[in-house]
Write a protein that binds this ligand. Structure first.
Ligand code: 16G
Ligand code: ZN
Length: 550
């Protein structure tokens, strides 16, 4: 009863906005920040319930990622550090849209019964809160705290301004009983990065690439965090631009989303950077793309996108696995057939998929959205997933990691100088460097840098792994995006009837043509993707497919 009146009282201070319907989309709730107080308060309640139900620490991140500065959003990190389980999304939608405190209470009451959430006073809930640099973050964080505090015995811990992946990492680490502060995060990344650098074959260090790396921080949280990390990397030459301190606006003409979609230089970059290795993060630093500026005459870039990051990781890991499975002078231990797979979406450039298949890798497709990719990647001993937009990571199975540990220990006692020993150590270092909770621009960036040094590759060598097919993305504003329903990992339209045939007819006109449409999970638009053998052909295919949607 005390609990009920607590919820009623506190929720009456957070009335929902009139006439807006919010939904827990691919990346949580997202909207203009002024609309979100009540939603964030209610997600605070949800997080406390989730923590009680799972007996684990839960995370809440306040961010709208690459969206404009006046937007904000909130998403829940589950006990594994991954996205909220989809089973709870309908409850999130329902409570966000409950019109009155009484209705809200009723929904909570029903859900608690249905899910058997223990309110025994024995267990307490614990929620870690983080936010990006958006000005609206502070008051939304307060609303989330009040939501959490309206559940008896729930504890809200404010971790301050963080990147999204840092918050996910902390939740994962806490639930594994590991050290989980922000300093622990930096130490783990820096330590495993140094380990990879120390293992670089002699003479290969800093070959062509002793030049600096220039990072576009999207005027968001990533820039300041990289400055902290940089101090622990003794000697990696990094320059951060668009750190948010120079007055630039978050995500405006800067950042990974802009760079990847527009394929032009971000603000603050230009002819002075011709030939230099550059990287862009998005506003909450969970996306990473690289690029270079080919000429001082135009603002067009050579993009090195998520597909190519995936390919670089795949090449390196495949190399280590094959070293590990070769036998030295004596056979050491049992071998382990690691199941190694890569996960992409329909946005993956066709050339990347061909390349990965040529490497002999298993390639699986899922719909857009981290939760789908992550789930598939978790089925492998080593699963790498990336969206072309630069969000991705590598997952290692517990089973494989424990085999690797014991193999490493065995090799340590028998033959410390062997190549197998080094390969085992490299893979262990990768598993610690990469953020296995979620895609992380900071950890991904360090892994890219370590592998480029290992290979002795410049950004150009890397870009030449394969040649991207020219592509074009468009969006079409529609009244009801749910009218378009897709299947086969979004490569086919099943509704409205007839559209897929019309798209096929357009595709057939272009050599190497490929095109698909899908409803956005974050905006009221239908997205169009097309690729073909020339840029003109890709542009023209995209625009004729867009006309079919209009
Ligand atoms: C969200 C997704 C991202 C996806 C994007 C697509 C997460 C954490 N983020 O940002 O993976 O690429 O949505 O947006 O899942 P769209 O549906 O508007 O094209
Ligand atoms: Zn993001």
């Amino acid at each position: 009863e005390h609990q009920k009146s607590l919820i009623l009282n506190s929720s009456s201070r957070f009335p929902p906005p009139h006439g807006v319907r919010l939904s827990y989309g691919t990346a949580g709730f997202r909207a203009d920040a002024s609309l979100l107080q009540s939603t964030v308060f209610r997600v605070g309640i949800l997080a406390a319930l989730r923590s009680l139900k799972t007996h684990s620490v839960i995370g809440l991140m306040i961010t709208a990622s690459h969206n404009k500065a006046s937007d904000n959003g909130i998403k829940v990190a589950d006990p594994s550090g991954g996205m909220l389980t989809p089973d709870w999304e309908p409850f999130a939608d329902a409570i966000a849209n409950a019109a009155t405190p009484q209705h809200l209470l009723q929904l909570i009451d029903e859900f608690v019964k249905k899910e058997n959430i223990p309110f025994d006073g024995v267990r307490s809930a614990e929620i870690l809160l983080g936010r990006d640099t958006r000005p609206s973050g502070e008051s939304l964080l307060e609303a989330a705290k009040q939501g959490i505090n309206s559940i008896v015995d729930a504890l809200a811990i404010d971790m301050g301004i963080l990147t999204t992946p840092q918050l996910h990492w902390m939740v994962r680490a806490r639930n594994k009983g590991m050290k989980a502060t922000e300093v622990d995060y930096y130490e783990q990344l820096a330590g495993s990065f140094r380990c990879l650098i120390d293992l670089i074959p002699n003479g290969q260090k800093f070959q062509e690439i002793d030049d600096k790396l220039v990072i576009d921080g999207a005027n968001g949280v990533g820039g300041e965090k990289i400055e902290v990390l940089k101090k622990m990397l003794n000697g990696l030459p990094i320059e951060v631009r668009n750190s948010g301190k120079g007055g630039g606006i978050l995500n405006e003409g800067v950042g990974a989303d802009y760079v990847q979609k527009e394929k032009v230089v971000p603000q603050g970059f230009g002819s002075k950077d011709v030939g230099t290795r550059c990287a862009s993060l998005d506003g909450d630093a969970d996306r990473l793309v690289y690029f270079s500026v080919p000429s001082s005459n135009s603002n067009v870039i050579d993009l090195v996108d998520g597909d190519k990051i995936l390919s670089l990781f795949a090449v390196f890991i495949k190399e280590q696995l094959s070293v590990l499975s070769t036998e030295g002078d004596e056979k050491i231990g049992d071998n382990y057939q690691a199941r190694f797979g890569v996960i992409q979406t329909a946005y993956a450039n066709g050339a990347s998929t061909d390349y990965l298949k040529q490497l002999g890798l298993e390639v699986v497709f899922t719909p857009t959205g981290v939760k789908y990719l992550h789930e598939q990647a978790a089925r492998y001993d080593i699963g790498i997933y990336f969206e072309a937009n630069g969000h991705g990571t590598i997952l290692f199975s517990e089973c494989f990691l424990s085999w690797l540990e014991s193999r490493y220990n065995e090799l340590s006692s028998k033959n410390k100088e062997s190549e197998q020993h080094k390969a085992a150590l490299r893979l262990l270092a990768v598993s610690k460097l990469i953020n296995q909770a979620v895609g992380d621009a900071l950890s991904g960036l360090l892994l890219v840098e370590a592998i480029l040094q290992h290979m002795g590759w410049s950004i150009h060598n890397w870009a030449e792994l394969y040649q991207d097919l020219p592509s074009r993305q468009l969006k079409v504003k529609v009244v009801d995006r749910t009218a378009v329903v897709t299947a086969n990992a979004e490569t086919m339209v099943v509704r409205p009837p007839g559209i897929q045939d019309a798209i096929n007819a357009e595709i057939a006109k272009y050599p190497q043509g490929r095109s698909f449409i899908r409803p956005s999970g974050t905006e009221d638009v239908i997205r169009v993707y097309a690729e073909a053998s020339t840029q003109e052909a890709a542009d023209s295919l995209a625009s004729s497919v867009a006309k079919l949607v209009d």
